[in-house]
Design a protein around this ligand. Structure first.
Ligand SMILES: [Zn+2]
Ligand SMILES: [Zn+2]
Length: 424
């Protein structure tokens, strides 16, 4: 072998792709129910988009991007997330019109030069939604309920919703000042990273996973206490709507997203049994993003979820269905002369919508039947010299093991009958 797959990437093998397709189907179906439509943006964009759309002080942008110059000398970057590109496309294609809101979803690979660990890859996959054009609390609640119903559909039990408000451009500066002031008094107890960043971005300290920082921020001033009246009313309304829909939640005043155009509602759905990587779905409002990327100021709210992490959580929770795609029928030609009949029969079955496979090469009847067993097909069709001469074939029902011989012309009808009985 030349060389393996690049570090932090992996192949999704046929034995696994059934689960992926199943999960993707559940995601798409949920989007259908909530009237979100799919948008597919390129996997690479101008680097500038992410510098502005994510922020150049974040770890993602400063340390983790796959950035390269193309042959024309343009700086391009493999997308580390999809929100910025979705907003870019919405602005560029003028999707915001009279029919507000615009509700979009995406599924696809993202790329980050991160340290690979359990459930974390350099090429990973994300599903996410974005609802643009509405600033009412009701859309925050709808997005949250959609995420919850999705996790429900996946039968992931033991997931907790943590929610917070991070205020707006008017009230957050005041909170930042009081937080910085508080942190000034405990700099010595912060981790190295936080000591460096707390003055430029104090909110990140609230987010820090290090135990020492956690201890410090436990008694930090809570943002929920300091937001302006409008932000408080918005937050209260969202919580009331959740309660009215019987959606459980905990308010976590340390849950923040450290970027300037994120505002008001932020939330995470957490699954504790995933350890440090416990967040399954994270999201909130990013009202400033459309304007940041050159559009008219437009409110927006959304979330993203890691597909690998969802699959891992479902595996841990024993609720990942084993979905194995297999042919329904296997056609077994015994001897060279039977091959033509076998091929035409297989094509006829496929034409009728029956998933069918055909054995190639010269193999004994016994080994072919073993193969049919192993594949788990419902019906095996045997075509040998004798049958061929008489214009007949042998059908073997692989579950009941009964076997019948019938004219080749009636074979496809009979198979349809057997399969129809199975699906009742
Ligand atoms: Zn505010
Ligand atoms: Zn820290």
């Amino acid at each position: 072998m030349l060389t393996g797959a690049p570090r932090g990437t992996r192949d999704i093998l046929p034995s696994q792709s059934g689960s992926w397709q199943w999960l993707e189907h559940q995601l798409r179906h949920t989007c259908r129910l909530y009237n979100y439509r799919e948008i597919r943006t390129p996997v690479f964009e101008h680097t500038e988009l992410f510098l502005r759309g994510i922020g150049d002080t974040t770890d993602v942008v400063s340390k983790e991007m796959y950035t390269f110059n193309d042959r024309g000398g343009r700086s391009l970057t493999l997308r580390p997330e999809n929100t910025a590109a979705v907003v870019r496309s919405v602005v560029e294609n003028r999707l915001l019109g009279d029919l507000l809101p615009v509700k979009l979803y995406y599924i696809g690979p993202m790329f980050r030069y991160d340290r690979p660990q359990a459930g974390r890859f350099r090429q990973f996959h994300q599903f996410g939604v974005e609802a643009l054009g509405v600033d009412e609390p009701a859309i925050d609640a709808e997005v949250l309920l959609m995420a919850a119903s999705l996790l429900d559909r996946l039968q992931l039990s033991g997931v907790m919703l943590a929610i917070n408000t991070i205020g707006c451009g008017l009230c957050r500066p005041g909170y930042r000042r009081s937080l910085t002031c508080y942190l000034d008094g405990c700099v010595d107890r912060l981790c190295g990273d936080c000591r460096r960043r707390y003055r430029t971005n104090p909110l990140r300290v609230l987010d820090c996973k290090r135990e020492e920082c956690h201890m410090v921020t436990r008694s930090a001033p809570a943002i929920t206490e300091q937001v302006c009246t409008q932000c408080r009313e918005h937050f209260t309304a969202v919580l009331e709507l959740l309660a009215a829909s019987n959606q459980a939640y905990t308010v976590d005043s340390r849950l923040v997203r450290g970027l300037d155009y994120y505002n008001r509602t932020t939330f995470e759905f957490k699954f504790d049994r995933l350890g440090a990587q416990s967040t399954l779905i994270g999201g909130g409002r990013d009202d400033g993003l459309v304007a940041e990327l050159g559009g008219q100021p437009t409110p927006a709210v959304g979330f993203a979820a890691g597909i690998e992490r969802l699959l891992l959580a479902m595996e841990i929770n024993h609720c990942l269905p084993t979905v194995a795609e297999r042919p329904e029928v296997l056609v077994l030609p015994i001897g060279r002369a039977a091959k033509t009949t076998a091929l035409t029969l297989a094509e006829e079955l496929r034409g009728r919508g029956v998933a069918c496979d055909l054995v190639f090469g010269e193999r004994s009847l016994r080994s072919q039947l073993r193969l049919a067993d192993r594949l788990g097909v419902y019906v095996a069709v045997l075509i040998g010299d004798q049958e061929l001469a008489a214009g007949r074939v042998v059908l073997k029902d692989m579950t009941g093991k009964e076997q019948i011989t019938l004219p080749a012309a009636e074979c496809a009808d009979k198979i349809e009958q057997i399969l129809a009985k199975r699906s009742v």
